[in-house]
Design a protein around this ligand. Structure first.
Ligand code: UD1
Length: 419
């Protein structure tokens, strides 16, 4: 199994390009199921989760044509079955995103229950209840969600509590082909929801309010094919910016969209970093030896993203001063804490809060990646630690970070993939 070997304490300096956003690419690929003409998706990141989504679509009979530059044409005109099998769903919870489109266009779907997950129970009740509210009959049998609808789905008022990103996306997609108007209250405001809505609008959907907490969708009879380019990955960009703040570097990231990174940039500025932005680039300069500590609480967009929490725990572990990091979106999303502690980090967990005493330096150690963002935090810890860090189970990183070691090498890091 591949590992990453990092020799730390090299300031990151240079320029890289942001990749396309995983969390935007996945629903956009699922939305191809809504049309019987091809959807061409550009700026797709080369990631295991994207491959899993393409395999899932392929297993249903969707024709997938890949070009060299990660542009993909997905053609769902010749679909053969409506099943999302457990073998694929268990590796990626976002597979649930096919439920809404399949029900809307084919009036049926069988989707494996994603089951437990390393970062909390992560149920799918909101997705199921919303589809029921739109007229679907749903039973849970043998670990599968079996859904069908007599005729078209019906528009309805759907209100989410808690706010859910993929449930909002599932309802938007389902509502595009439903009869009448669907209004989503307490909708997720994440930029990836806007990206999906823009893609659907380019296919002929009628959607208003994406990016606000009330989204209105007027169903249409059919959607056409289109060509759409995925937005930049704000979590990837935030992760590299944090790495630069920790190592005392200067990094420019191009093809980024800093307007979606406000909460992260504000926190990085409070660590003492200087941040400059243009419309599609962001540059960080960190002149201090160690960042100032910065306390934070995660929350739905535009609050600080839970997907950046682990990286900031790593930053705070070597910061000047003490801090608290509170996780409000997912239970049990602190598996990185134990691993950072193996590197000397002084972190105590109190319920959903990590209490962190910043120390001078971490020490390299063998550590284990436990989930996607936790593994990113271990890479950051390794980049700043004295000596060598080996990170095991990096398939978690490959789910969400495109060519992470190549990008870090371009910034001068001493990092290699070993088996
Ligand atoms: C998405 C992102 C993930 C990010 C998360 C929160 C994708 C593919 N993944 O995940 O990277 O960390 O948003 O920003 O976009 N919940 C329920 N019932 C449900 C669904 C969710 O109770 O049916 C709860 C969850 O347990 C969690 C909260 O809602 O506590 C938010 O989760 P949600 O926004 O649904 O996360 P995902 O969409 O799975």
């Amino acid at each position: 199994m591949d590992k990453l070997l990092i020799k730390g304490r090299v300031p990151l300096i240079g320029e890289i390009y942001a990749s396309g956003a995983k969390n935007s690419a996945l629903p956009i690929l699922a939305s191809s199921l809504l049309s019987n003409s091809p959807l061409t998706v550009g700026n797709l990141p080369h990631l295991n989760d994207v491959t899993t989504m393409l395999e899932l679509l392929g297993s249903m009979g969707v024709e997938v044509m890949l070009s060299d530059d990660m542009e993909v044409q997905v053609d769902a005109s010749s679909i053969k079955n409506l099943d999302a099998r457990y073998e694929l769903v268990k590796t990626m919870r976002a597979s649930i995103l096919v439920l809404g489109p399949l029900l809307a266009r084919f009036q049926g779907a069988t989707v494996a229950l994603p089951g437990g997950c390393a970062i909390g129970s992560r149920p799918v009740n909101l997705h199921i209840e919303a589809m029921r509210a739109m007229g679907a009959e749903i039973t849970i049998e043998d670990g599968y969600i079996k859904a069908s609808v007599d005729g078209r789905l019906k528009g309805n008022k759907i209100s989410f509590d808690p706010v859910s990103v993929t449930a909002t996306e599932n309802v938007i997609m389902a509502a595009c082909l439903a009869e009448g108007i669907t209004t989503i209250q307490n909708a997720a405001k994440e930029p990836e929801v806007i990206d999906l809505a823009n893609c659907l609008i380019s296919m002929g959907a009628r959607i208003e309010g994406a990016g606000s907490d009330i989204i209105k969708i007027e169903g249409v009879e059919s959607l056409a094919g289109s060509a759409f380019s995925v937005m930049p990955d704000r979590v990837e960009v935030g992760t590299y910016l944090t790495a630069a703040a920790m190592t005392g570097g200067k990094v420019k990231i191009k093809s980024a969209k800093p307007e979606y990174l406000t909460s992260v940039i504000t926190k990085l500025e409070s660590t003492g970093a200087l941040i400059q932005t243009g419309e599609d680039w962001v540059e960080i300069t960190m002149e201090k030896d160690r960042p100032n500590s910065t306390s934070l609480t995660t929350g739905p967009y535009p609050s600080f993203p839970t997907d950046m929490q682990a990286q900031f725990v790593a930053l705070n572990s070597i910061a000047e001063g003490n801090s608290t990091v509170t996780e409000t979106v997912f239970e049990n999303r602190f598996m990185h804490v134990q691993e950072i502690a193996r590197m000397g980090g002084n972190i105590t967990l109190k319920g959903n809060t990590a209490v962190i005493e910043g120390i001078n330096t971490l020490k390299g150690a063998p550590v284990m990646a436990t989930d996607l963002r936790a593994s990113a935090s271990l890479v950051l810890a390794g980049l700043v630690a004295k000596g060598s860090t080996t990170i095991d189970r990096i398939y978690h990183i490959d789910r969400g970070y495109e060519r992470i070691e190549e990008k870090l090498k371009m910034l001068g890091a001493d990092i290699e993939r070993i088996s």
